[in-house]
Design a binder for this molecule. Structure first.
Ligand code: GLU
Length: 305
């Protein structure tokens, strides 16, 4: 497996040149577009790695899985999905258009920015400081690393260039889809997106979801089976934004991407996978990361969709 992963990274690195790093968040624009890495965690509890597997990057949209899991576990599925839909969208991840057109003004799913903002607003904590402390605690458990922290330069960079997310949040409040202090809420959102990980932590998270919520090392139940299944279903249908359909056809594994270049994938009962490649396609998904997943899925016969 180790050898296969190193070979896949070498084969797919050239694909990165067809993408570009996210530039709307200046800190992300500093990434090297040729970086590419992968980690795999198998049921034998062994990590296999290839390429830039240990290079740290920020979770960005992958963090939406953490706060969604937290919201479902604490508030229940019914409560959460009264306020956010569960359908894919053909619009970009930060689109505002449909929010105004569709009534009630409910974000289409929890994995687009508008949906993630509503999810965070549901969490019953006093302020951003308390909210992010709980999100971090959950992230550490679900990512299998107690040292996970927020990458401050990315957080500040994102906060300083957040016109679009601010617009989404204020619009949502104006139509009653979101309540509370918008600035405080955005602060939690930028911090959660800026949590720093490597592909190893993503492989761990993928394995927790692959095992229906069980910690692959301790055997402890971290999430209810139903919560893990909801997350996997949303990953399969909405995890790569408006590229989710094509990804399902080409790769066939539930996954979630982020504009930091990460993708987490969960092969039910078998494997957790984390990939990182900061060169993105026009939809915000890692070009090299998708190529590695496509080859790995084909060669390992991992397709479940
Ligand atoms: N922090 C990013 C944003 O809000 C997350 C988007 C993504 O990873 O797709 O724009």
């Amino acid at each position: 497996m180790q050898e296969l992963l190193c070979r896949l990274v070498a084969e797919c690195r050239d694909a990165c040149s067809s993408g570009g790093v996210a530039s709307y968040i200046p800190e992300l624009a500093k990434a090297d577009p040729r970086m590419l890495g992968v980690s795999v965690l198998t049921t034998e509890r062994t990590f296999f790695q290839g390429g830039d597997a240990s290079f740290p990057f920020t979770m960005q949209s992958i963090s939406k899985l953490i706060s969604l899991a937290l919201a479902i576990e604490e508030l229940g599925e019914d409560h959460v999905f009264e306020r956010v839909g569960m359908d894919p969208t053909a619009d970009p991840f930060n689109s505002i258009m449909r929010l105004e057109m569709v009534r009630p003004h409910r974000p289409q799913n929890p994995l687009i920015n508008a949906g993630a903002l509503v999810i965070l607003s549901l969490l019953p904590y006093r302020d951003s400081k308390t909210r992010i402390a709980v999100v971090l605690a959950w992230a550490r458990r679900l990512l299998g690393n107690n040292a996970i922290t927020v990458h401050e330069p990315t957080y500040i960079s994102e906060k300083n260039t957040s016109d679009r997310n601010r617009s989404l949040a204020f619009f949502l409040r104006s139509v009653g889809s979101l309540k509370g202090d918008v600035e405080d809420l955005l602060d939690t959102y930028f911090r959660q997106c800026s949590m720093s990980v490597t592909t190893k932590e993503l492989a761990f998270l993928g394995m927790v979801l692959a095992l229906d919520g069980i910690d692959p090392f301790s055997g402890e139940r971290l999430l209810r089976r139903a919560t893990a299944r909801v997350l996997r279903a949303l990953m399969a249908t909405c995890g790569l934004y408006d590229g989710s359909g094509e990804f399902a056809v080409r790769v066939g594994i539930p996954a979630k991407s982020g504009v930091g270049g990460g993708i987490v994938a969960a092969v039910p009962g078998r494997m957790g996978i984390g990939v990182f490649g900061p060169a993105l396609d026009g939809k915000g998904n890692s070009v090299g990361g998708m190529a590695v997943l496509e080859h790995l899925s084909a060669r390992g016969n991992l397709r479940v969709l």
